[in-house]
Write a protein that binds this ligand. Structure first.
Ligand code: AHR
Length: 339
C-alpha cells in the first residue's frame, strides 16, 4: 500500500491511499504542502523513450534486496526504461562510485536506496549539479545535507519509525508487558536501522516491565544475526524476547536459539520486520511471533512518479508506503504477499 505524504520525513502531514493502483490514482489528484516540481530548481526529466535510468543497489544478500531489484527489472519494459544496474556489495564507497559512474554516463534519471544516510547524501547533490534528477527509494539520506523536494524529487518508502512502534506494540501484548529483550539492529547508519530502533525503543521506554538488555548490529544479514545472537545469548541467558530489524536476522537468531537448546516462540518471543516468505514460514511454524511487512516493490511507484514529474506535475516529498502485518492469526491467508 502507498500513501502520498506532503512533507519530508520528520514532519507530519500526509494523505493515506491504498495499494499500487490506488497510488497511481492518488498521484493524479492534487495535493498541497511541500512538493517537488519540475519548475523548481530541481533538474528536469525529459519525456522520452527509452529513458536511461540508473538503479544503484546496495547489496543482494537477502530476499528483500532481490525482490526490490526484481521490481525494477520487471517494470523497465512497461515504463520505457533502459535500466543500468549496479550492486555495491554492502559498501557505501562502492555505491557512491557506482552512482558517480552513472552520472558520467549521463543517465536521464537516478534511482537508488542509499545504504547509509550520511555517506550517500553528498552524491545526491553531485547528481543535481550534473543536471540529473534523483528519486530515493527504501532508505533516505541525511536531510541536513540533501533535502527531498529541493535536492531530489522525492523519497518513496515506508515509515520505519511506525514499523518499530508496531513491532513493539505486538511484543508488549504477547509478553503481557514483561520481557528482557535483545535487539538486533540493522546496518549502522542506515535510515531503516536508525528509525526502526527509534520507534521500537520509544514504545518499550513507556512499559516499565520491558527492558532492552542488549542492542547490537547484525547488519541486516542472517549469518551476522546468528553470530551476534550466539554471543548475546551467552552473556544474557535470561533473555525472553528478541526484536530483529529484519526477518533475515530473526531467522539467524532462531538458529542460534535452537543451537542453545531453547525453543524460539516459547522460551523466547521474537518479533521482526520485512514479511519475507522465510519470515512468514517461521510464523506458520510457531517459531517467529510476528513480522511487520516492509514492502520492497518500488519499481512501479518510481515509474509512476518519474512519468508525472516529467509532465511537470507536483510530487510530494515523501511517497509513503503502508505495510501489512503478519502473525499467527493471518499468516496462512497472507502467504501470497511473501517474497
Ligand atoms: O531498508 C530496508 C531493509 O534493508 C530491509 O528490511 C532489509 O531486509 C534490507 O536489507
Amino acid at each position: 500500500m502507498a500513501s502520498l505524504n506532503t512533507q519530508s520525513r520528520g514532519h507530519a502531514r500526509k494523505q493515506q491511499i491504498r495499494p499500487l493502483a490506488a497510488s497511481l490514482l492518488a498521484l493524479a489528484i492534487g495535493f498541497g504542502g511541500a512538493v517537488a516540481h519540475a519548475d523548481d530548481a530541481l533538474p528536469k526529466l525529459p519525456s522520452k523513450t527509452p529513458l536511461k535510468v540508473g538503479f544503484a543497489q546496495t547489496e543482494s544478500n537477502n530476499p528483500w534486496r532481490l525482490a526490490e531489484t526484481k521490481s525494477f527489472k520487471d517494470v523497465a519494459a512497461k515504463c520505457g526504461w533502459q535500466v543500468v544496474m549496479t550492486d555495491a556489495n554492502g559498501s557505501n564507497s562502492k555505491q557512491v562510485s557506482d552512482i558517480q559512474s552513472m552520472i558520467a554516463q549521463h543517465v536521464d534519471l537516478l534511482v537508488f536506496p542509499p545504504r547509509e544516510e550520511k555517506p550517500l547524501a553528498p552524491i545526491v547533490l553531485q547528481a543535481k549539479k550534473a543536471g540529473i534528477p534523483v528519486i530515493l527509494v527504501d532508505r533516505d539520506v541525511d536531510q541536513s545535507v540533501a533535502k527531498a523536494g529541493r535536492d531530489y524529487i522525492t523519497f518513496i518508502g515506508s515509515d520505519f519509525i511506525d514499523q518499530g512502534h508496531r513491532a513493539a506494540d505486538w511484543l508488549v501484548t504477547a509478553t503481557g508487558g514483561k520481557a528482557k529483550i535483545i535487539e538486533l539492529e540493522g546496518t549502522t547508519g542506515a535510515s531503516a536501522a536508525n528509525d526502526r530502533k527509534k520507534g521500537f525503543d520509544e514504545v518499550i521506554a513507556k512499559n516499565s516491565g520491558m527492558t532492552i538488555i542488549a542492542s547490537q548490529s547484525g547488519d541486516f544479514a542472517r549469518d551476522k544475526g546468528r553470530q551476534v545472537m550466539e554471543t548475546l545469548l551467552q552473556a544474557h541467558p535470561d533473555v525472553t524476547a528478541v526484536y530483529a530489524h529484519n526477518d533475515e536476522m530473526a531467522l539467524g537468531a532462531i538458529a542460534a536459539i535452537k543451537a542453545a537448546g531453547k525453543q524460539p516462540g516459547k522460551d523466547i518471543q521474537i518479533v521482526t520486520i520485512d514479511g519475507t516468505k522465510g519470515g512468514m514460514d517461521a510464523i506458520a511454524a510457531g517459531e517467529l511471533g510476528a513480522s511487520v511487512q516492509s514492502s520492497p516493490f518500488f519499481g512501479p511507484l518510481a515509474c509512476d512518479v518519474a512519468q508525472r514529474y516529467a509532465k511537470g506535475e507536483k510530487i510530494p516529498t515523501w511517497v509513503k508506503v503502508s505495510d501489512r502485518f503478519y502473525d499467527k492469526s493471518n499468516v496462512q491467508q497472507s502467504m501470497q504477499y511473501g517474497y
